[in-house]
Design a protein around this ligand. Structure first.
Ligand code: CO
Length: 149
């Protein structure tokens, strides 16, 4: 059994296994236009739209049980979401896993060769702290780790 398999069986040093999908990020051109599909599914936007300066996006969140669907509209052409929309069009952008202690999570994941877009946590929605793992490392999936206070 590899060290990684051992850790997966024993979530204590790793932590991720005990937690949950915090949100799924969806890149959109326009929050208002793209909300209608989610409203048709019976979902309601939670709270006010929030602008996240560090990521240059405006976010609208729809709650599904413990998780959120977050619609992400770029606030500038420099936004990572703007370049995603240009390259791939609207659609699934990232999944976010909730962790208890983001600073403690970064170094064990690094030991297994993880590549980070930003290993230093930065502000996310609702006062959270987030890091992003490189999509090449995540098998084509952009994975965000998020800690709520
Ligand atoms: Co996110």
């Amino acid at each position: 059994m590899s060290e990684l398999q051992t850790l997966a069986k024993d979530p204590l040093p790793y932590g991720l296994g005990a937690l949950l999908i915090d949100h799924i990020g969806i890149a959109v051109h326009n929050l208002e236009e793209s909300s209608s599909s989610y409203r048709a599914l019976g979902l309601t936007a939670e709270g006010e739209d929030e602008t996240i300066i560090s990521q240059q996006v405006k976010v609208r969140a729809f709650r599904i049980s413990e998780s959120l669907l977050e619609l992400l509209e770029p606030t500038s052409s420099q936004s990572p979401i703007a370049s995603f929309l240009e390259k791939k069009g609207a659609g699934l952008h990232h999944i976010a896993l909730r962790v208890a202690d983001i600073s403690a999570e970064v170094s064990p994941i690094k030991r297994f060769g993880a590549r980070f877009i930003n290993p230093e946590p930065r502000p996310g929605r609702s006062g959270s702290q987030v890091v992003f793992l490189h999509p090449k490392w995540g098998n084509g999936v952009l994975i965000e780790l998020v800690e709520h206070h």
